[in-house]
Design a protein around this ligand. Sequence first.
Ligand code: FAD
Length: 444
Amino acid sequence: MYDPYIDSELNSKQTDVASYWQAVTPGQIHYPSLQQDLSCDTLVIGAGYTGLNCGLELAAAAQRDVVVVDALQPGWGCSGRNGGFVLRGTGRLGLAQLKSKFGLDTARLFHQEYGEAVARVNQLITAGNIDCQPQAAGYYKLAHKAAMAKDLAEQAEFLQQHFGYQAKFLTKSQIQQSVVKHQQADAAVHFPDCYGLNPLALARGYAQLAVKAGAKLFGQTAVRSILRQGAGFKVITAQAVINASNVVLATNAYTAKGFYPQLNNSCLPVLSSVIVTEPLTDNQLQQLNWQQNSIMMDTRTLKYYYRLLPDKRILFGGRGAITGKAAADPIYASRLLVALKRCFAGLEQLNYQYQWSGWVGVSFDDLPRIYSPEPGLFYAAGYCGSGLSFSSLAGKRLAQLVCGQRLPALPIYQSQLPTFPFSAFRRQGQQLYYQWGRFKDHFL
Ligand SMILES: Cc1cc2nc3c(=O)[nH]c(=O)nc-3n(C[C@H](O)[C@H](O)[C@H](O)COP(=O)(O)OP(=O)(O)OC[C@H]3O[C@@H](n4cnc5c(N)ncnc54)[C@H](O)[C@@H]3O)c2cc1C
């Protein structure tokens, strides 16, 4: 598997990920590769949610001449292979941590921005009539041990008190009665406006919206290098040269080694892995009292996230291998299956039918950035595995930056991603972090 920490190029010969989403999502449009040189106002590199939203916004709201290219097809990266959790937030810091770090007023601005991100996803689904099967609203953050219940109760109160957000605390028995019989959930907080959808259908819908708005979209067009040319850029792709006044890097965790060193050294590609089981029987679902298709994630350091899909399969995800080379090792999928069976009793015979993984971009300070590190060049990266809703808004914020507009006064829009110290040893650091995480989740 392509490994952006090691490979110096993402070429167009990568295979499609054999995901559940690929299997159940009809209607793929093949966007042809760019064969001839061209000039444009803005070139967006990467056609995931970030790049497509940037292209859409530049074409629709600013009437810019915008070209979006992807080394593969729209949604080939994270955007077409994620869990489909529309969450309120990004990065790894909750609002309480943001309040401690930046103060209450800024935490409130973050909260507002996160709400805007979810609203944007909803608006675009409606505007594009995107058939991405949004499920009933509701996200449960689950305490994976009794000691976390108090934290979750405080969190619900904190969200209600300071943000007027209708978070609700649930006890263990309330979870068993109204959500699902769960073996490892000692309490929960319910977030009412988050939900699950088909992420690949969303990416394809965004692509169609961007094209309809006037963006030119090319697939199978890998950018090899970006050279300064006067006030603009000369961008070399496999078959053609693009002259652009502005360049947007929307390559996030899929940015190849050395492609833009500052981004490489400040956004660590980390694998997230997913399994999708065979469908559960009605009897199994009844035994489990599985009542809602809500999305769930636990409070572990190395979190598990899961949901019941519309066709009664369970999607179950968590951290995977460290290197691309090890990603396909079945041990990681087997570990996820074991973890799933510890959560839900009576599924001893259940197997998985799909398994895949993808790279999420982790930043050093657990927060993403949308920033212009040099004139005419822009990037958004480092969502730390929580980027479905936020990347949709980040694309819009990037477009506003390109147009010279002011962004909301948030720290993530005011500085570049911090470089990791000892960045050459990040994978060793990751290894140690995983060991510590496993120990903490088990014993502390
Ligand atoms: C298994 C998994 C589960 C996840 N689950 C969730 C979830 O449930 N909820 C959530 O909020 N987030 C989730 N995430 C994270 C979320 O998917 C990402 O944050 C989001 O999709 C990032 O979008 P993006 O557009 O920034 O990047 P991507 O979608 O990764 O797009 C980057 C694109 O850049 C292209 N590219 C790279 N280099 C070049 C080049 N040189 N030339 C041309 N193109 C190039 C790639 O082909 C790729 O398509 C998950 C991620 C994974 C991997």
